[in-house]
Design a binder for this molecule. Structure first.
Ligand SMILES: C[S@@+](CC[C@H](N)C(=O)[O-])C[C@H]1O[C@@H](n2cnc3c(N)ncnc32)[C@H](O)[C@@H]1O
Length: 207
């Protein structure tokens, strides 16, 4: 049985909030920048960040974009509010569940999913919601760690995942299998941190 539920994630990320930037603030900076650059955000485009944490991606967003960002953990949202204010970002920030986005269909030009698809309890629902709120022709970037699609799931990894998925993130997910449950199309797949265990994947909603 996995502990990976919204309730548990909210509890553990409330505890992680004060140390989150210290732990992951530096190591992923280059990948965050590269991922956001791939989106080529244009002035006045509507951009959504799902599971945005403390807002470590905000520094790479253009000031003239319209930003919406949210997270399931209220203390994370409080921290991202400070960051958005300091950066004078035009941003609407809320507590939100990435599996049940409170936006009409076809609202956003771009969506950013950084370090959330391997964390969220139901990644397929999160990707389906991303697809729903994207406009036709809209794009999303996914940055996370995924199991290569040609790598068998070993018993050891499956067992170890009971701990990692409850304390950090899932290490068994195959992004190609998750995306196959949507109509999103992979445009780019770039190896990133830790010898390519982390990848930056750009997807497009064709219609
Ligand atoms: C590893 S952190 C990533 C934060 C940020 N995206 C980043 O790149 O630093 C995972 C975040 O997902 C949030 N989260 C977990 N489940 C969620 C859900 N169902 N909906 C929205 N956010 C969620 C957590 O509260 C946490 O802030």
């Amino acid at each position: 049985m996995s502990l990976n539920t919204n309730r548990w994630n909210r509890m553990r990320y409330t505890l992680y909030t004060p140390i989150y930037d210290l732990l992951v603030g530096k190591i992923f900076t280059a990948s965050r920048r590269k991922s956001v650059e791939l989106l080529n955000i244009q002035p006045d485009e509507k951009v959504l960040l799902v599971g945005a944490g403390t807002g470590l991606d905000f520094q790479f967003l253009p000031k003239n974009a319209q930003i919406w960002a949210g997270d399931i953990t209220p203390s994370m949202v409080t921290k991202m509010e400070y960051r958005a204010k300091a950066l004078k970002l035009n941003a609407m920030l809320n507590v939100m569940d990435g599996q049940n986005l409170q936006f009409p269909d076809a609202t956003f030009d771009k969506v950013i999913l950084h370090l959330i698809v391997a964390v969220i309890p139901d990644p397929v629902k999160c990707l389906q919601e991303t697809e729903r709120v994207l406009k036709p022709g809209g794009e999303a970037v996914i940055f996370d760690k995924f199991r290569p699609k040609d790598q068998q799931l070993s018993k050891f990894r499956a067992f170890f995942n009971k701990f990692t998925s409850s304390l950090f993130s899932d290490i068994t997910r195959v992004i190609e299998n998750l995306l196959a449950r949507t109509s999103l199309v992979i445009q780019q797949d770039i190896p990133a941190n830790f010898n390519g265990n982390f990848r930056i994947i750009k997807v497009r909603k064709n219609n």
